[in-house]
Design a protein around this ligand. Sequence first.
Ligand code: ACO
Length: 319
Amino acid sequence: MNIIGTGRAHPSLTVTNEMLSRFLDTSDEWITTRTGIKQRQLISHEKLEDLAAEACNNALEDAGISAKDIDFFICSNVVNEYITPSLSCIVQGMIGATCACFDLNSACAGFIYALDIANSFFKTKKEVNHILILCAEEPTRMCDWQERSTCVLFGDGAAAVVLSRGDDFIGSSLSSFSCVEPLYQIRELEKTPFITKEEFGGPLVMKGQEVFKLAVKSSLSDIRKVVEDNGYTYDEVDYYLLHQANIRIIDTIRRSLDQDEVKFPHNIRHYGNTSSASLPILLDELNRNQTLNSGDTIVLSAFGAGFTSGACLLNWSKQ
Ligand code: ACO
C-alpha cells in the first residue's frame, strides 16, 4: 500500500492564546510553555462536512485521480452534527464518489487504525485499487469553553490521503485497552417513556496528567514494536510524525528514543490538537512543502481516548 495523494482543509477563524485570555483565566505564557500551542483554527460558520469534502478533493487532485476511481472510503471521526448517516456517506455524495464507505471512531488514533484497515483491504479485496481515508474532526464542539484545562488544547480540521496498491506500508502496531475515566464525554440520548435510569450528558472530561503519562507509555511501546519487529533501528527512521496533542509529549517520546529534533516535525503551534486529523494534516504539510523525500522511512504514531494507540512504519515513495 502506498500513499499517492494528501490534502487538508482548515476552518477560517484563527483563535490566538491572547484571544482566549480575554474570557478565560489563562495566558499565552501558560498555554505556550505547557502545550506548545500558540493558535488554533476553529469552526465558526463552516460545516465540518464542507471542510471534509475540501480535504478529500485536495488529496484526490494531489493523487491525480477522480472520486470515481476510489474503491473504498474510510472516515475517521469522533463527533459531528449528524449522528446518522455517517460522515463518510455525507461526504461521499459531496465529492462524487460511489464506493462503499464507513466511519470509524478510534479517537485521535483513528488515522493509524484506518491505514491498518486499508492495508488489509488491499490484501483481501482483489477489486480494490484505490482507498480514500478522511480524518475530519471538530473536538472544539466537545469542550466546555469555561474550562481552561481542556478548551485551550483543541482545534478543528480535516485531512485526507489517497492510497494505492504498493509496498510502502511496512507494518503497524495497534493497541487498545479499556480505560474510560481519564478522557471521556457522555452524550444524553432522547428520552423514551420507558427509561427509568438516571442519564446525563456533558462536555469533555480529561485528567490531563494521566492522559499525558498513558500517551507517552503507549506511543513508545507502539513505536518500539513497529520499528524493532520490522528489523529497523531508530536511527534508520528519517521522520517520526506524532499525534499533535502536546509538544511536551512529543519531546518526551523523542528524548526516550534519543533522536534529533529535526526528525520530529510538528505544527501544534498553529493548529492545536485536531484529534485524528492531526497526523494527516501534518503529513500533508510535509508533502506540500517538500520536506519528505522519496525513499524516506517514516513512523506515524497516535493515541486517544479509549485508551487507543497505534503506530505504523512506511516508506515514502511519492515524488
Ligand atoms: N491556563 C492557566 N492555568 C491552567 C490552565 C490554563 N489553560 N489549565 C490548567 N491550568 C492550571 C491548573 O488549574 C493547575 O493549577 P493549580 O496548580 O493551581 O491547581 C495548573 O495549571 C497545573 O495544571 P496541570 O493539569 O498539572 O498542568 P499540566 O502541566 O499537567 O498541563 C495539560 C496540563 C496541558 C492538559 C497536560 O497535562 C497535557 O497535555 N495532558 C495530555 C492532554 C492530551 O494529550 N489530551 C488529548 C489526548 S487524546 C486526544 O487527542 C483527544
